[in-house]
Write a protein that binds this ligand. Structure first.
Ligand code: PEP
Ligand code: MN
Length: 244
């Protein structure tokens, strides 16, 4: 029997900022998304920056789920955040900065919800796959990998999206792998092309940052696309899926 693997179309703002998230979530749903993304706890490069809405976003997340009927994925960075998010999320995100935190991977592997594991920006493909092994060793085999770009000498883009990673992960594991062209490029103008390349390379889904006012976004506005562009990407991605 052929196993039909789900194709993830995850969209939403980088962070849940306020009630406007519900409008964004509706745009994702209308555009063909089947999963919402939105961080309450944001890993940041500077301690002086905004670190997310935290627990005040829980009710907004709940309302967005109720209005759209879509499941949600959100990042936890420690055991306490896992506990806070548990009743509100359908999937936990392990961020790029935490992929190498093996004790945290063991901890999150005890959860009975799927895990979206993002590739460390300085990690090799083999290290990425081993990080998934840490989670699975704790009992949770429901792991979805996510290529989100790696740090290279290139500065035009925020990261370098490693297309190789997609077929390589398929060679090394049976786990699904999705693409994050938003962090992979850091530029909204490049998100469509990299999304389509990833789908053509066999990705099992996309996670895209969507905001109705990218210029006002509190985090990652430069790489966020509007709901209209998201819709267009989803339509084209579905056409490519039809071809391959
Ligand atoms: C995010 O998804 O907003 C995020 C912070 O991703 P990463 O961990 O890949 O940087
Ligand atoms: Mn982001």
């Amino acid at each position: 029997m052929e196993i039909v693997m789900k194709f993830y179309i995850i969209g939403g703002s980088c962070a849940i900022e306020d009630e406007n998230y519900i409008t964004i979530a509706q745009g994702v749903k209308d555009g063909g998304g089947n999963y919402l993304r939105g961080g309450l706890f944001k890993p940041r490069s500077s301690p002086k920056r905004w670190h997310g809405i935290g627990i005040y976003g829980l009710e907004i997340l709940k309302e967005a789920k109720r209005v759209t009927g879509l499941p949600v994925v959100s990042e936890a960075m420690n055991a306490h955040q896992i506990e806070i998010l548990y009743d509100y999320v359908d999937m936990f995100q392990v961020g790029s900065r935490n992929m190498t935190a093996s004790e945290f991977l063991k901890e999150i592997g005890k959860q009975d919800k799927p895990i979206l594991l993002k590739r460390g920006f300085g990690s090799t493909i083999e290290e990425f796959v081993m990080a998934a092994d840490f989670i699975m060793e704790s009992g949770n085999t429901n792991v979805v990998l996510c290529e989100r770009g790696i740090r290279t000498f290139e500065t035009y883009t925020r990261n370098t999206f490693d297309i190789n990673c997609i077929p390589a992960v398929k060679e090394l594991t049976n786990l699904p792998i999705i693409a994050d062209p938003s962090h992979g490029t850091g530029k909204a103008s490049l998100v469509e092309a990299v999304s389509l390349a990833a789908v053509a390379a066999g990705a099992n889904g996309l996670i895209i940052e969507v905001h109705n006012h990218p210029e006002k976004a509190m985090t990652d506005g430069m790489q966020s696309v509007t709901p209209d562009i998201f819709t267009n990407i989803v339509n084209k991605a579905n056409k490519i899926r039809g071809l391959i």
